[in-house]
Design a protein. Sequence first.
Length: 56
Amino acid sequence: MRYLTFRDLQEKLGGRGRTTIYRDVELGRLPKPVKIGSRLYWAEADIDAAIAAHGQ
């Protein structure tokens, strides 16, 4: 399983801003991140599934 950093996630979502990404997480449009150590990561497979489901 590949994990995306916040920067990777931004690139994958076409340069979306931090506030927009976290709003989408709160609204359930994107999966919640996983905390590994002191950093947050998103599972790439979960992001791909969310993109497909919501047509982003």
